[in-house]
Design a protein around this ligand. Structure first.
Ligand code: C2E
Ligand code: MG
Ligand code: MG
Ligand code: MG
Length: 295
């Protein structure tokens, strides 16, 4: 309708925008080819807190691409590119190994006994060698399997069901934990929660956002989160609230029974050095504040 309203010039502008978008994708696809070998990928880490005890229970690893010219590029931009080009396999393996190695360093240096969580692309998950790769990363790093949690989206779980089921059972045998990321935003039946070895659901940020939104009625978010927590209790799953940005939202998700929370309110994704500071009991500046506020 925007095209119609703005007439011929509008159409031309629209085409130009599409062209620019396509050009950008082609350029980034080419540039991404050497990202891994040129050491342009890094991991950042975001803490996930236990809302009952205040403990830093989990840390999510998030990949970043720093291009020498374009700067930091978001994974929402380059992960789809890597999925199309097939590079997601090598990128995914690298992320997994780095995250496991880093978690082991934190275990050794800070006595941290938490779980590291790693995002897995459906493309990566659907390849037959995936479980072996996970096993390799665990062996290489020495991380106990139950301290690794893989985050899958609902889409990944319903895609190619038999292969996925085999992979999930293989991971279960290893002792690796599975979480469903962005829960409530995908298209899937709820039966998989009952039938597959899933231990945790991460409620999508959009629900948390609505809790304190002046625009959308918070009672809907409250009802939905309450329902999700109810399902999780029945099926004995952990619940993480994603995207918690305000104190009000922390109190809300805690009150609604979520077990864990993650978001800018606690900390933005941090580089490994900053995470070291956070885990160092000598200088726990970042988490002491909110813990006090909770108690
Ligand atoms: P995700 O797994 O749902 O990760 C959460 C995203 O929300 C992260 O964005 C994080 O920085 C952001 N976030 C955390 N707290 C807040 C908050 O309070 N407010 C807001 N507005 N945002 C918050 P990021 O790092 O840009 O990652 C985007 C997505 O890219 C991730 O969503 C995940 O699906 C994907 N991704 C990231 N790293 C990897 C990876 O290593 N492998 C794969 N396959 N996907 C990855
Ligand atoms: Mg995630
Ligand atoms: Mg998520
Ligand atoms: Mg999300």
């Amino acid at each position: 309708y925007q095209v119609k309203r703005s007439g011929r010039n509008g159409v031309r502008r629209f085409d130009a925008a599409l062209d620019a978008e396509l050009e950008r994708t082609v350029l980034l696809t080419r540039e991404f080819q050497s990202a891994l070998t040129r050491d342009q990928l890094t991991l950042v880490y975001q803490p996930i807190y236990n809302l009952k005890t205040g403990e830093l229970s989990k840390i999510e690893a998030l990949v970043r691409w720093t291009h020498p010219e374009f700067g930091v590029i978001s994974p929402s931009v380059f992960i789809p590119i890597a999925e199309t080009s097939g590079q997601i396999m090598s990128v995914g393996r690298w992320v997994l190994e780095q995250a496991c190695l880093q978690a082991c360093r934190w275990r050794e240096h800070h006595g941290w006994a938490g779980t590291v969580t790693v995002n897995v692309s459906p493309v990566q998950f659907a390849q037959p060698g995936f479980v072996d790769e996970v096993k390799q990363a665990l062996l290489l790093s020495g991380l106990p399997a139950h301290k690794l949690e893989l985050e899958l989206t609902e889409g990944a779980v319903i895609h190619s069901p038999t292969l996925v089921q085999t992979a999930l059972r293989g991971l279960q045998r290893l002792g690796v934990e599975i979480a469903i990321d962005d829960f409530g935003t995908g298209y899937s039946s709820l039966a998989y929660l009952r039938d597959l070895p899933i231990g945790c659901i991460k409620i999508d940020r959009s629900f948390t956002e609505d809790l304190a939104s002046p625009r959308r009625a918070p009672q809907y978010a409250v009802a939905l989160i309450t329902a999700i927590v109810g399902i999780a209790r029945t099926l004995d799953l952990q619940v993480v609230a994603e995207g918690v940005e305000t104190h009000e939202q922390v109190e809300a998700v805690r009150g609604l029974g979520c077990d864990f929370a993650q978001g800018y309110f606690f900390a933005r994704p941090l580089d490994a050095g900053r995470m070291d500071e956070l885990l160092d009991p000598g200088q726990p500046e970042l988490n002491v504040g909110w813990h006090k506020r909770l108690n």
